[in-house]
Design a binder for this molecule. Structure first.
Ligand SMILES: Cc1cc2nc3c(=O)[nH]c(=O)nc-3n(C[C@H](O)[C@H](O)[C@H](O)COP(=O)(O)O)c2cc1C
Length: 334
């Protein structure tokens, strides 16, 4: 099953495989790495529209997309049309090529502020926010959402139609309701109702962790492409691998041995240069946990790395570790 290019309001995405926005994970160093490893499309972590207008330094870092090798979008979350429009203009002035609205985040911190997935409970409010955002900018606006608030209100197709009529150019649907948070399984079949409701491209999202699940999600949803989140933790190459598989250009093995070691060090150095040593060291800890999970001596090394405040010592320890010579996926297959 080869997938074809899509058009996002004039931006051509040759292979519709996207790295999902994940706050605290898919920051600029991670997106750059994923893009270098073949992810065709990457989305920034969500930036709260009001927070952004007060130009908090971390928000400014999250927004930077210049130099990304892949087509990239900046994601905004908000609950007031006025702030969304203001923030959208800033995002466009900052050079973003695509702006994504977050209508999927289930976190209480976000839904209590009446943004993220809470907007799906109030289609009129959602629409006013979408219209304000679309009308504020000339770049394409996309929307990411869930199936609905809960099982009794799976209104994603209705929101999708409203969004399309308001000028939204692409949708991403996570096949869960807000009430599910991350429990159960993503319902890719339910995403089909959104695909059939609109003419704009739809990406299916949720529980896609390898080429097999990507193909299954596409077949069940009829979507134009896929978006991959948690599967990329400790595997920034995954979106590239899935893109290759769906283009039928042959499998790209996961990195192993010295290639994997160099990649982990590249990621670490990227975090340090993005955030500075103090915050960079902290940001690296969760990634070390993912890279080393299930590896012989991995837990011990991680425990050592998180105690060490000297970047050179961390790099030396990473360099001295016996990274597996055979990629995990090939080892599994053997
Ligand atoms: C730690 C974490 C942070 C996330 N942050 C965002 C975010 O900033 N914006 C957003 O739209 N979705 C966010 N998501 C949701 C993901 O983009 C994605 O929709 C979800 O994880 C389902 O896809 P997956 O099963 O491939 O992970 C986040 C998810 C996780 C686990």
């Amino acid at each position: 099953m080869a997938i074809g290019p899509i058009d996002i309001g004039g931006e051509r995405l040759a292979v519709p495989v996207a790295l999902a926005p994940m706050a605290g994970i898919t920051d600029r160093p991670f997106r750059r790495l994923a893009a270098r490893l073949g992810a065709p499309y990457v989305v920034s972590e969500m930036v709260a529209s009001r927070e952004m207008l007060h130009l908090r330094p971390l928000s400014a870092i999250r927004l930077r997309t210049a130099g990304d090798e892949a087509l990239s979008a900046v994601q905004l979350a908000g609950c007031e049309a006025h702030w969304m429009a203001e923030a959208a203009r800033r995002v466009e002035d900052g050079g973003a090529r695509i702006l994504d609205i977050n209508m999927g985040c289930p976190a209480k911190k976000v839904t209590n502020g009446y943004s993220g997935s809470a907007l799906m409970r109030d289609p009129d409010k959602a629409l006013s926010l979408i219209e304000a955002t679309v009308n504020a900018v000339t770049i394409p606006v996309t929307l990411k959402m869930r199936l609905g608030w809960d099982e009794g209100s799976m209104n994603a197709p209705q929101i999708a139609r409203l969004a399309e009529a308001a000028g939204v150019r692409m949708l991403v649907v996570h096949g869960r309701t807000r009430s599910q948070f991350y429990k159960g399984c993503a319902d890719w079949r339910a995403v089909r109702a959104v695909v059939e409701a609109v003419d704009i491209p739809v990406l299916v999202n949720g529980d896609i962790v390898d080429p097999v699940t990507a193909r299954r999600a596409l077949a069940q949803s009829g979507a134009a492409g896929v978006m991959i989140g948690r599967g990329t933790q400790g595997a920034p190459w995954l979106a590239g691998q899935i893109a290759d598989d769906l283009q039928e250009v042959g499998p790209r093995p996961s990195p192993a041995g010295s290639e994997l070691r160099d990649l982990v060090i590249e990621h670490y150095e990227g975090l340090l240069s993005c955030y500075g040593t103090r915050i960079g060291l902290r940001a690296a800890r969760k990634h070390f946990g993912w890279y080393l999970a299930g590896r012989p001596g991995g837990a011990d090394l991680r425990a050592r790395l998180v105690r060490d405040d000297d970047p050179q010592a961390v790099i030396a320890a990473l360099g001295g570790y016996a990274w597996p010579a055979v990629a995990d996926d090939l080892a599994d297959a053997a």
